[in-house]
Design a binder for this molecule. Structure first.
Ligand SMILES: [Zn+2]
Length: 98
């Protein structure tokens, strides 16, 4: 695995250089999904004066304007970050924090 000698990894949080093979850092993989629940049209909305089919057509037109990739990015993102041991122990206690 001589190739790994040429890879420079840095802690995503503090920027410290990480040294593969020393077991001193963590790889964090994250997946983010948009709310997968189908839209819930309530009765008031359906019985209102709004033209549902026109509204749906409008939404479809709106989506056509986005590229496929943009659309995917809005629905699903996956990313990998590296954290040094110190940052990891802080981050894992409060992953959603700043
Ligand atoms: Zn760090």
């Amino acid at each position: 695995m001589g190739e790994s000698d040429h890879i420079h990894l840095f802690c995503h949080r503090c920027g410290a250089q990480l040294h593969p093979g020393e077991g001193a850092f963590y790889v964090v993989r994250m997946e983010a999904f948009a709310d997968p629940t189908p839209p819930n049209l309530d009765v008031d909305y359906l019985s209102g004066e709004m033209d549902i089919s026109a509204e749906i057509e409008r939404l479809i037109d709106q989506m056509k304007e986005l590229s496929e990739q943009e659309l995917k990015d809005q629905v699903y993102r996956r990313l990998t970050i590296h954290l040094c041991g110190e940052c990891y122990s802080i981050w894992i206690e409060n992953p959603a924090g700043g």
